[in-house]
Design a protein around this ligand. Structure first.
Ligand code: PA5
Length: 526
């Protein structure tokens, strides 16, 4: 790697304290020239999207997350007003919560329980962890982001005796997601058991008229904040979904929005070599041959960014992982994303990255400022812990390069609300541009819907089996007999899996006869 090559592939944007180094992607000489027309077409498609075109054709929806940080961009005054009104409402709610004029039964809110999943949880979790800390947080945040009963118990144990000072924020764009609904029901049960009225401690963030919205109206919850169908779940961190929790925590949400707005401005530039989102998208295109042939490893050398890979995993994989392209052709697209943080991961999977199967490229996130204060030396040469962290980043980058493993580096000055807003906006736009390069709809998620439908069918099957065993009670029946009697032939495996779990949960009253081989055992209800 020559100094000249580095300089030619290093885009530094001084006003944002941001840089992208794409010098370690091994572009062929004519790559940028060969793909310039495609990139220009992607820029034009992005212009149309921002102007309000139906950029999500399957769901016939506009895609408006860029308007959230610059309401004037929204294509009509009604949408502009919806954005600014929601922002005002967030500031007003937060002021009331922080001042104690909106409080729980037992006093000012000191805890926040966020109930949501996917795009309604990952962004809030990432931002809370990146920007929070025990010294500055105005509120302690907890999550129900799954329908795991034990997971919820664990969280409720942490909140024991404190629900009267806990504000629950239930987040669901659709307002009908089972995991979130279940979490809400469990939370409500816990408040009720503690002698508290859930509604007086609850805020809903959801689409107008959704089931959740209707419930919040009926039960007279504290507040309802809107989510709009033109914002996708995974791009909703800078909508009400992410902004309310962040502001309650004490994060400067205007800085988050301004960071995103500033990054939007530079990623709108149509000169490819000056546009970091375009350069990222083209780097992905080159590294994965435009078909996801390599995985994207996200390696931030900063503890505060540990959840960034999880956040990006959803943003990128749910957006790009599509069976068909926009012309209906089967393409099975996507890029697998994983990661954690450096240097920790050097003691885990980086061994394989350097020497094992060559199926990835790395995106390093480099943070220039080590910490708020000064550092002590930790060795005889005067090195600080930050010197080591940086050394490990540079060393890993070199070690990978030596073995022809490609890497990108995104550099920010420090982790703050402005730079986090920038990172969110950068990757949102890179995903949008890359989706255009590979001709797919990045804004729908039919696979997620398919999973939801399949789960509903399983629950229906469970009901049928249960009713049969109730009728036959207490006679034990084999899996095969159940399949036949319930007209569920060819579903023996599912019947076994459903009953075997139920037999391990006493409240179900389902039992299994003793047999060394569980698949040969019989099940009964008593
Ligand atoms: O990004 C998405 O669209 C999904 O991951 C959703 O956020 C997730 O399924 C939760 O949906 P909802 O907010 O409607 O409850």
């Amino acid at each position: 790697m020559s100094w000249n090559t580095f300089k030619q592939h290093y885009l530094s944007i001084n006003e944002l304290d941001f840089a992208l180094d794409y010098s370690r992607i091994r572009f062929s000489n004519d790559f940028f020239q060969a793909n310039e027309a495609k990139m220009q077409s992607a820029f034009n498609a992005m212009d149309a999207l921002e102007a309000g075109s139906i950029a999500n054709p399957d769901e016939e929806r506009q895609v408006g997350h860029y308007w959230l940080r610059n309401a004037e961009l929204a294509p009509d005054t009604e949408t502009q007003k919806a954005i600014t009104d929601a922002l005002e409402m967030i500031h007003s709610i937060v002021e009331k919560v922080h001042s104690g004029s909106c409080a729980g039964k037992n006093g000012a809110f000191k805890n926040l329980l966020i109930i949501g999943i996917g795009g309604s949880a990952l962004g809030p979790q990432f931002v809370a962890d990146a920007l929070g800390g025990p010294k500055n947080d105005r509120i302690n945040t907890f999550y129900f982001d799954n329908t795991d009963p034990d997971g919820m118990d664990r969280t409720l144990d942490r909140l024991e005796g404190q629900l009267g000072q806990t504000l629950s924020v239930v987040i669901s764009k659709s307002g009908g997601t089972a995991e979130t609904r279940n979490g809400m029901v469990e939370a409500k049960n816990a408040y009720t058991k503690a002698g508290l009225d859930f509604a007086k401690h609850a805020i809903a963030i959801t689409g107008e008229g959704s089931k959740l919205d209707t419930l919040a109206v009926e039960e007279n919850w504290l507040y309802r904040l809107p989510m709009w169908d033109w914002v996708g779940g995974r791009t909703s961190e800078l909508a009400t979904v992410g902004l309310l929790p962040a502001a309650l925590q004490g994060i400067q949400i205007d800085d988050l929005l301004n960071g995103a707005k500033a990054m939007d401005a530079v990623t709108r530039i149509k000169e490819t070599r000056k546009n970091p989102a375009a350069l990222l998208a083209l780097s992905w295109y080159h590294a994965t041959e435009g078909k996801g042939s390599k995985d994207m490893v996200i390696l931030p050398y900063k503890d505060r960014l540990v959840l960034f890979s999880k956040y990006l995993q959803q943003l990128i994989m749910e957006s790009l992982g599509k069976e068909t392209d926009l012309d209906g052709k089967v393409v099975n697209q996507g890029i697998a994303v994983y990661g954690n943080k450096g240097s920790t991961d050097q003691h885990a999977y980086v061994q394989q990255l350097r020497e094992g199967v060559h199926n990835f490229f790395v995106t390093f996130i480099e943070v220039l400022k080590d910490r708020k204060g000064d550092s002590i030396s930790v060795d005889d040469s005067g090195n600080s812990t930050g010197d080591y962290l940086h050394g490990f980043y540079l060393g890993t980058r070199e070690a990978l390069d030596e073995k022809d493993r490609e890497t990108l580096t995104v550099t920010i000055k420090e982790v703050n609300a402005h730079s986090i807003g920038q990172l969110i906006a950068l990757f949102e736009r890179a995903v949008g541009l890359y989706a255009h390069l590979i001709n797919i709809n990045a804004y729908h998620q039919p696979g997620v819907e398919a999973g939801k439908k399949a789960a509903t069918n399983i629950l229906k099957m469970k009901q049928t089996i249960y009713e049969l065993l109730e009728k036959e009670s207490p006679s034990p029946l084999s899996v095969e007999a159940i399949a036949e009697k319930a007209s569920l032939q060819n579903n023996e495996e599912l019947i076994f899996k459903i009953l075997y779990r139920l037999a391990h949960n006493s409240a179900s009253n389902i039992h299994i006869t003793s047999n060394n081989c569980p698949t040969e055992a019989e099940f009964y209800l008593q």
